[in-house]
Design a protein around this ligand. Structure first.
Ligand code: SF4
Length: 133
């Protein structure tokens, strides 16, 4: 194969990976399908195919949305990556019982009021965010 230059074909999965990464970063806001393909430089046909594939893998969900009189889809990640900010106020981080806290001991997360209260607060915030979208 001397003298032959190997032509690098773009991997089929590359666009799928890029799309998933982009969608993951949109978090609870999601992204319009058309906007996503515009940003990634793909065609809408290719975009629909990839979106369906990601949906069938259970990685995203699509919701119909009426935009400028036309139906389109908004794409959301199925899982939103945790950020450091989201646990910055977790009571366990500064808890003096932390070294002894565990499921086998007398101090356990299962019966900790502070942790329960914090988790309920997180859940309430999430419901608020999802309700707004
Ligand atoms: S679960 Fe409760 S007791 Fe355990 S480390 Fe967290 S705040 Fe402390």
């Amino acid at each position: 194969m001397e003298g032959l230059e190997l032509i690098k074909m773009p991997k089929r999965n590359d666009l799928e990976q890029k799309a998933l990464q982009f969608i993951m970063n949109t978090g609870y806001e999601g992204v319009l399908q058309s906007e996503l393909w515009r940003k990634l430089g793909g065609s809408s046909r290719e975009g629909s195919r990839i979106a369906l594939k990601l949906e069938s893998k259970g990685l995203i969900r699509r919701e119909k949305e009426l935009r400028n009189g036309r139906w389109t889809y908004r794409i959301y990640p199925k899982r939103v990556p945790a950020s450091i900010d989201s646990i910055a106020d977790c009571p366990c981080l500064l808890c003096p019982y932390n070294p002894r806290c565990g499921s086998a001991g007398t101090i356990t997360p299962q019966n900790c009021e502070k942790l329960t209260e914090w988790l309920l607060g997180v859940a309430e915030k999430e419901v608020g965010i999802l309700g707004d979208s």
